[in-house]
Design a protein around this ligand. Sequence first.
Ligand SMILES: Nc1nc2c(ncn2[C@@H]2O[C@H](COP(=O)(O)OP(=O)(O)OP(=O)(O)O)[C@@H](O)[C@H]2O)c(=O)[nH]1
Ligand SMILES: [Mg+2]
Length: 214
Amino acid sequence: MKKKLKISAYEQNNQIASENRQFLYNNDIFAINIIGSPGCGKTSILEYTAGNFKKSFGVIIGDVKTALDSNRIIEAGNNFSYPIETGGGCHISPAMLKEKLKIINTDIDFLFIENVGNLVCPSSFDLGESFKVAVLSVPEGDEKVRKYPSLFLKSEAVIINKVDLLEFMDYDIDQVEKDCRIHNPKVKIFRTSVKTGEGFPELFDFLSERRKHF
Ligand SMILES: Nc1nc2c(ncn2[C@@H]2O[C@H](COP(=O)(O)OP(=O)(O)OP(=O)(O)O)[C@@H](O)[C@H]2O)c(=O)[nH]1
Ligand SMILES: [Mg+2]
C-alpha cells in the first residue's frame, strides 16, 4: 500500500500563501499586511488613507467578530472594503485571505490587509503579501519593540501613530526608533497622527515608490 505523504500545517499555510502571492502578482495588486495592537489606529490610518491617498486601493479587515471596521472604510468613501470574521482566531490565515481574494474587485493597485489586533500571532504567518507594516502607538508604551521582537524582525516599515499625544505621555520615540533598527537596520519609520495628518505624505510617497519594485 502506498503511504500518503503528510504535509505539516506550516507547509500547507506556506503553500496557500504562495498561491495568494501569485494571484496578487497576476492581478498587479501590491498587498500590505498591517499588524499592530488593538486600538493602535490601524483602521483610522486606513480611513485617513481613503480620504487622502490618490491611488486605487482595496481593504480587507480581519476582526474576531463584526464588520464594524470594514464599514468604517466604506463610510470614509472607499467601497472596496471587505471584512473577515475570524470567529475567535487571533490572526488572518492564508486560507481566509484566499477565500476573500475570490470576491474582491481586482481593479485596484494596492490592497491593505488590516490584521486582527495582536502583536504576536499575525507576525507568524506569511499571507502572500508584498510586505508587512507594524503599527505602534504612543499611548501603548515605548517598550513594545523590545517585548514583541518577532513582528519587528519581519516588518519592512513601522508606523508610530498618535504622535499628537507625545506631549502628554512619557514615550521615548527616539529610543523606539533605535529598538526598531536593531531588529531591521533598513526599516522605514513613519511618525504619524491621524488627527493632524503628520507623516502621511511621506508614507504615501513610500508606498507609491515601493510599488514600482514588486
Ligand atoms: N489622538 C489620536 N487618536 C487616534 C489616532 N489614530 C487613532 N486614534 C484613536 O484610537 C482609537 C482606536 O483606533 P482604531 O483605528 O479603531 O484602532 P485599530 O488599531 O483599528 O483597533 P482594532 O481594529 O480594534 O485592533 C480611536 O478612538 C481613534 O480615534 C491618532 O493619530 N491620534
Ligand atoms: Mg481596526
